[in-house]
Ligand binder design. Structure first.
Ligand code: SF4
Ligand code: SF4
Length: 388
């Protein structure tokens, strides 16, 4: 049975996090277990979540103190540790600097590698995508350890260990995957293949302060007080989803695809949780996000017809909009599905063309001020039990 460690940690204190992670490894099998992940003389690449340029302590990104706690443990097992990412928007070095990760890395001799260089690789036994261009540094590292943040997500319901490696697709190339895989089920299959091709070895999730509501960038912090770690990315994600309140992992698009394709363990009864008790750590007042995924499981042949009537859609909160035009810049569609347009009062606002929009929610994800929300149509609400 697949095992994960679930650890209670109620503050960002590097020494406390270090000791929790050491304890988590001990529960899972100690030195022998660690060496099965990090053989002698291996290089390690850490992949935090650097979605965008965020301040120190922001719940959008992997916390800098959490990052320090992880490094304090791993430096005992490798003298060659690097970290990197390619954010959805903006310069990766700036993103790593602003949220404090570069400071921490410098303190421990950990090198920052902006994911800019690509390597072309193929995946023979793919679920869906055989041909890949991925970050060379992430691909070539001996051990790839993902450090996701526990957050809600408009399209995928939540984002964790599996989705975090989307940052190993370099820069704007991410947009083309959204265009090629607009349905959540295919996008999820793509993410599983991406992790297979990268060979992501391990996950240590920052769930100390999680994000609820309008995630993955504009939600609210929530003290989940947990760290989850394990070899299986899907097991770690499944436990995270359960803690948040998705009691059936199969309702979340990525975990459903994991289960259907037998990519990894998903069902709670197939995962052994060590450390804390899962029930007592899980919460019932976390604001979930169930606005994206399910629609896209509808038969693709009727998708275009049904999209306008059922699909959730990005919607502007005018009072928050600063007219920065980022939503237009990040839209992967050609022509753009959102444009800055003048209205009859001569005011310029972002305006969406819902026929063109593939509902990837990149605009919602990357709006710097949370001025875009995901809304359901009336019919969509009815079909989903009346929630907004
Ligand atoms: S909706 Fe957000 S991203 Fe778009 S212009 Fe307004 S503030 Fe900028
Ligand atoms: S408008 Fe927003 S949701 Fe629609 S395709 Fe563009 S980025 Fe995706």
């Amino acid at each position: 049975m697949n095992r994960v460690s679930l650890l209670k940690c109620d503050s960002y204190d590097a020494k406390k996090i270090e000791s929790k992670i050491r304890y988590g490894f001990e529960l899972l099998g100690g030195e022998e277990y660690i060496r099965s992940i990090i053989p002698q003389n291996s290089s390690i690449m850490l992949k935090p979540n650097l979605l965008s340029i965020e301040r120190v302590g922001s719940p959008v990104v992997t916390n800098d103190v959490f990052f320090e706690g992880v490094i304090r443990v791993l430096k005992d097992y490798s003298s060659n540790i690097k970290f990197g990412d390619s954010p959805g928007f903006g310069d990766s070095r700036r993103a790593a600097e602003k949220c404090g990760l570069i400071n921490v890395a410098n303190k421990y001799g950990v090198e920052f590698v902006p994911f800019k260089e690509e390597v072309h690789v193929t995946l023979e036994k793919a679920i869906r995508c055989t041909s890949w261009n991925v970050s060379k540094e992430a691909y070539e590292s001996d051990v790839l350890i993902t450090l996701p943040k526990m957050k809600t997500h408009a399209m995928a319901y939540f984002t964790g260990a599996i989705k975090n490696q989307f940052g190993c697709i370099v820069g704007t190339k991410k947009a083309s995957w959204h265009t090629r895989m607009p349905e959540a089920n295919n996008f999820s299959k793509m993410l599983l293949d991406l992790n297979s091709v990268l060979g992501t070895d391990y996950a240590i999730m920052d769930g100390i302060v999680a994000m609820q509501g309008n995630g993955p960038k504009n939600g609210e912090p929530y003290n989940m007080n947990s760290i989850i770690m394990g070899k299986s990315l899907s097991a770690v994600d499944s436990i995270a989803a359960y803690l948040m309140g998705y009691k059936d992992p199969l309702e979340t698009p990525i975990l459903k695809e994991v289960h259907d394709s037998k990519w990894g363990p998903v069902l709670i009864e197939d995962i052994k949780v060590l450390g804390e008790d899962l029930e007592s750590m899980s919460v019932d007042d976390f604001e979930l996000c169930r606005k994206g995924g399910n629609f896209y499981f509808i038969n693709p042949s009727v998708t275009n017809f049904l999209r306008g009537m059922i699909a959730p859609y990005p919607s502007l909160i005018k009072e928050k909009c600063i007219k920065c035009k980022r939503c237009v810049d990040v839209c992967p569609e050609t022509p753009k599905a959102v444009l800055m347009k003048k209205n009859n009062k001569n005011e310029v606002w972002p305006v969406w063309d819902m026929k063109q929009c593939i509902r990837c929610f990149c605009c919602q994800e990357l709006c710097p001020v949370g001025a875009i929300e995901t809304r359901k149509t009336t019919l969509g609400r009815l079909l989903n039990g009346g929630d907004k």
